[in-house]
Design a protein around this ligand. Structure first.
Ligand SMILES: [Zn+2]
Length: 233
């Protein structure tokens, strides 16, 4: 039988085959659902999908990149992100892990009874792949993510940041508590900028101004001014 380690001795710099690395080849621990399968949420897999622009917005900002990188290299928690036709707004759920499963995960590792409408999309995923890690599920609106206007891309990106930052990273207490910490106490997200007031130093405020400054999306003057006005109030 061929010795898999043989080449390592004969070639300088050939990587050691580590079984742990084979399970999780890139050290990435954020997954997206694509065609009913959970794939690593990296640049290569995301390109050309409806997730891509929201991800681009996160990568273009300091706050977005910080929170993404934190969970993309987290050895205690896996995040699964999917697009749902059913639920109008984004939703995130932190689960304590497969053991304590209020989620109703069966022997096959798949979700049974679902805690919220919209999380049906995750029933195809074998969550047991996450072992004894904590799991967070994030569903975003499929219709919104399929729209490619610059304003929509901006808002989708903010929506994705909101779910991860507010409900996973700042997890604790009620949803309202999380929104207070995030900077949108009324739970309006950033979708109604025109009628909002958002603390410029809150995570919501920082992300929005960083995303405007990045110029990654060429948003309308109207949206830009609404956001800047909300941040000033
Ligand atoms: Zn929220």
């Amino acid at each position: 039988m061929r010795n898999p380690y043989h080449r390592r001795e004969s070639r300088v710099g050939f990587p050691v085959l580590n079984p742990l690395n084979l399970v999780d080849p890139n050290g990435k621990e954020i997954y997206v659902l694509i065609d009913g399968e959970a794939v690593l949420a990296n640049e290569e897999n995301l390109k050309g999908t409806d997730y891509y622009e929201a991800y681009q917005g996160l990568m273009a900002t300091e706050s977005g990149k910080e929170v993404w990188d934190k969970y993309a290299s987290n050895d205690k928690k896996d995040i699964y992100i999917g697009l749902s036709e059913i639920v109008p707004n984004g939703r995130a759920l932190n689960a304590p892990g497969l053991d304590a499963f209020s989620l109703g995960v069966g022997e096959d590792g798949k979700l049974g009874d679902l805690p919220y409408e919209g999380f049906e999309i995750f029933s195809v995923v074998d969550l047991s792949q996450s072992g004894d890690k904590e799991i967070a599920l994030v569903s975003m609106n499929a219709t919104d993510f399929s729209k490619k206007s610059e304003n929509r891309k901006f808002l989708n990106s903010e929506g994705l940041f909101h779910e991860i930052k507010s409900h996973i990273d700042l997890d604790g207490g009620t949803g309202r508590d999380e929104h207070v910490r995030y900077g949108v106490p009324l739970g309006i997200g950033a979708l109604n900028w025109g009628s909002s007031s958002v603390d410029a130093n809150s995570p919501a405020g920082k992300f929005a101004s960083e995303l405007i400054e990045s110029n990654v999306f060429n948003i309308s003057e109207y949206l830009k001014n609404s956001i800047l006005k909300a941040l000033k109030n």
